[in-house]
Design a protein around this ligand. Structure first.
Ligand code: ME8
Length: 600
């Protein structure tokens, strides 16, 4: 790659909006200014610690959404709902990435006007997200005017700060990745017709040689600041293995980055302010979406200071190197966390149209229910490593954990045979004293272990939700659900003699404790399966204002505190919690839970 430095004077439309003087090459004072700003941003987090801003990547509109896209959205939605339950003010943004060569070519191939083409696919993403209860507070499209203004503004700040210069780029470009590559990132391959081609070693996509005059960003100037940022913030990129990847990349060549294309090649994008012959590089354009939603260039700090990105591993370099460098160049704070997740494969292979193995998330949500699909993705998806999708796995998991285990537990506690009055029964401290003792106690050591596990569960789940190891949170909840089922199984309340008042008190106590467990599970599961949790909590008679994290005190009677639910009527029965799925699931009628049918 060869970079020529040319001197350019130009006018910028948005420059007048800035109250900053223009720097050209004064990197050292700027570095201090930027680090000071970053410190300021870190300290301002504590001033406004009850705000949280979550983003997903904005998705390309060259093809319909697949389960990978839904996965990112579901992770973000789970985090957003969790923060709201904790009392945060949470902003949650997703959207579509609509500019660039890839979209221009896709619209051309479809014979459509690019904006019409983008609107059509963007609507498919919106529809999917609304069907899957993705509760985003903003859906951004990069073709919107508010975004164009934000991009133009950021460009002008970078220009004024001396980080963009006019030069020329010669090197490899991958249109499917919209990415520039160095020689070491490119390898040889054969296309389907046997022709020799060059491909990106990372994505496997075909690359082309390009040589163009365009604008360059001084990425090379930011290596040490990026390293400083990472070493001062070891949790900035999570999980750890991806943090290590970024550190590794920063040891390698970090050439300046081309940030525009000639208009003759790329028309579908935002023109460079003051130079309509150049179009802004789609990744610079796309990354700014996070600022646009935060309100940039107007007041944006309330949200921008508490930004957390969720991304797939494929776009880590753009988010953990280019994006922080752009932000540092513009004197803006860096994101708090970049949460990275791995990929879904299908049949052990990358999803692709040519292999015909793309899984349609809308169709699967209809087959397995929205909550079923959400639960599967979050229960089976592991951020650190790729996971393989099959319909059989979905059915097996949902039947075992939602229909049998959780649904079975609810059925047992609410079945008229055990709970004829349909209430949250009274707890008897003699039958189940807070300390394990002999006397009239009917509880055994395992029962106390279960109580301990459920009491600690909110803290365990909180820690896993915070680090987005949702599968571990669900694993912990699942283990407790099994323990509660074991508790009922052990004491067989259906065998108790209800004409004996001691037996009746013990029966009520078993049901009370089990309902208390279910209340905790229902509350903790809200971010993952909002509909099932709502059904569960409503059936228990837990009111909307009683479902927050703050209301999670488990078994208050054991702590000498009054239980507000005791004696309260259960909510109405609106059917099984989760219907068992059968083979040919879409053709089957729902069936009730196995355990419920067998044991109660
Ligand atoms: O890269 N498994 O958009 P994109 C899990 N527009 N997640 C997957 C996945 C898979 N197999 N495939 C995709 C772009 N994803 C840019 C982003 S952001 C400023 C611009 C998810 O449509 C994952 O989050 O190719 C990945 O990073 C994203 O979709 C890429 O979506």
């Amino acid at each position: 790659m060869r970079i020529a430095f040319l001197t350019v004077t130009r006018s910028c439309k948005t420059v007048q909006r800035l109250h900053q003087s223009s720097f050209s090459s004064v990197l050292t004072p700027l570095k201090h200014q930027r680090i000071a700003l970053h410190r300021l941003s870190s300290s301002s987090v504590s001033q406004d610690e009850k705000s949280y801003y979550i983003t997903t990547p904005i998705f390309y509109v060259n093809a319909s959404p697949h389960i990978g896209h839904l996965y990112s959205a579901v992770i973000a939605d789970c985090l957003h709902r969790y923060k709201l339950l904790q009392g945060f003010k949470s902003k949650f943004a997703t959207g579509t990435d609509e500019h660039g060569l890839k979209i221009q070519q896709a619209a051309e191939a479809a014979g459509k006007d690019p904006l019409v083409f983008c609107t059509d696919v963007s609507e498919r993403f919106k529809h999917l997200f609304s069907c899957c209860n993705i509760s985003h507070t903003d859906f951004i499209r990069t073709t919107e005017q508010r975004h164009r203004e934000a991009v133009e503004h950021l460009w002008s700040v970078l220009w004024n700060n001396g980080f963009i210069y006019k030069g020329s780029y010669e090197g490899w470009y991958s249109t499917p990745d919209e990415s520039f590559l160095t020689a070491s990132q490119v390898g040889d391959a054969l296309d389907p017709s046997g022709k020799e081609i060059k491909v990106s070693l990372e994505s496997g996509h075909k690359v082309e040689w390009m040589k163009e005059e365009n604008y360059m960003f001084r990425l090379s100037a930011f290596r040490s600041e990026l390293l400083d940022w990472l070493s001062a913030n070891p949790l900035a990129v999570q999980p750890e293995r991806f943090y290590q990847d970024v550190l590794q990349w920063l040891q390698e060549d970090l050439p300046d980055l081309s940030v525009s294309r000639q208009k003759s090649r790329l028309q579908w994008g935002i023109p460079v302010p003051g130079d309509p012959e150049q179009t802004i590089y789609v990744w610079l354009d796309a990354l700014v979406n996070y600022l646009t939603v935060a309100g940039y260039p107007d007041e944006h700090s309330q949200w921008w200071n508490v930004a957390h990105h969720i991304i797939g591993k494929d776009i880590l370099k753009f988010h953990a190197i280019y994006w922080p460098a752009f932000l540092l160049g513009a004197g803006l704070p860096l994101p708090q966390t970049i949460h990275v997740h791995s990929h879904w494969t299908v049949g052990g292979k990358k999803m692709s149209k040519s292999l015909g193995n793309v899984v349609d998330p809308l169709e699967r949500s209809q087959m397995f229910t929205t909550d079923g699909m959400r639960y599967f993705l979050l229960r089976q998806g592991v951020p650190d490593s790729d996971c393989d999708y099959t319909d059989a796995k979905v059915m097996k998991l949902l039947n075992a954990e939602l229909a049998d285990s959780l649904g079975g537990l609810l059925n047992r506690c609410t079945a008229p045979a055990l709970n004829p009055a349909q209430i949250y029964p009274h707890f008897c401290s003699q039958s189940f004293p807070s300390e394990q003792s002999s006397g009239q106690s009917r509880a055994v050591a395992e029962d106390y272990h279960m109580l301990e596990a459920v009491k600690n569960l909110p803290a365990v789940v909180e820690q896993h939700y915070d680090t987005l190891h949702v599968y571990k949170a669900l694993e912990a909840i699942g283990a407790c659900v099994r323990q509660t089922n074991g508790f009922i199984q052990r004491h067989k309340p259906w065998k108790l003699d209800r004409s004996d008042c001691k037996d009746q008190r013990w029966l009520d106590t078993i049901i009370h404790v089990s309902l208390e467990c279910l209340r905790v599970y229902g509350t903790l599961l809200q971010p993952v399966v909002p509909e099932i949790s709502n059904k569960l909590l409503s059936r228990l008679g837990v009111r909307p204002g009683e479902r927050s994290w703050a209301a999670l005190m488990f078994l208050p009677k054991h702590q000498g505190v009054n239980c507000p639910f005791e004696g309260r009527a259960l909510g109405s029965n609106s059917g099984v919690l989760f219907s068992r799925l059968e083979k040919n699931v879409d053709k089957q009628k729902p069936k009730s839970s196995k355990k419920a049918a067998k044991e109660v």
